[in-house]
Write a protein that binds this ligand. Sequence first.
Ligand SMILES: O=C(O)CCC(=O)C(=O)O
Ligand SMILES: [Fe+2]
Length: 252
Amino acid sequence: MSQDLIFHDYTFGDKERKEMDHDGHFVLPGLLTADARKRLTDSLVHIESLLPEGKQGYEPNRFAAEFDSYLGSLIGHPQMLKLARELLGEEIRYDHCVSLNRPGGNGGIGWHSHGYSEDDARYGYVRIFFYVNGFDADDGGLKVVPGSHLYRDPKIQGRTDADLLEGWMKDKTHPETGKPLEIQKMSVPPGTVVLMWTHAAHAVTPRKQDSDTRWTVVYGYYKPGKDPGERWISPEFERKQIPGTEGIMSPY
Ligand SMILES: O=C(O)CCC(=O)C(=O)O
Ligand SMILES: [Fe+2]
């Protein structure tokens, strides 16, 4: 491989696939190589340094791959493409690359889901989160509701856990088991990659005041054929020739 490896070896076979389809997400603990973690941290520090000068509507965090060549190079990295294709099939498109750095005191984010192809489950959309330095459940920690993605509801909302429990989750069960849906609070080691179907309910707990920054970046890919809505990609970047991205930058 001409590029440096970003992932250690991993297994994503039938069993793992079933688990992802059942839960809505799949965790690959410590998947990122030490080299990738180092370079990602440098890139995410770089993005953070650009924020004060950032232009509204074209923010360095929201268009992160356009402001940092290493982050841009990962869109078409052979291991990234292999992973995205294992999830979505051969035909894939890039949607966005957003830095999700959360410094000490960051408030996290409330419960929500995202959308794509609500009417046809054959068209998948996946977020690939790189949790470069990991997180603890109570410190910038990702929370999920296994099975919530099966409702394909792009508008799940809840400010707090209680809001979600009394709101969207009320009386809802896992469509495959019939058991009540439950909130799951995750803790993951450095270098963890989390895969998540777009309709999965998720939220993030606040980062503690005295904690260091949680370094995170996410890449979104989907199976083309449906309207992807507004993609966070500039027309210039869509046309840019980045090795490995041939054919995956257009919306359809
Ligand atoms: O910061 C995170 O861990 C999750 C952010 C998020 O909800 C997203 O990128 O869709
Ligand atoms: Fe989200």
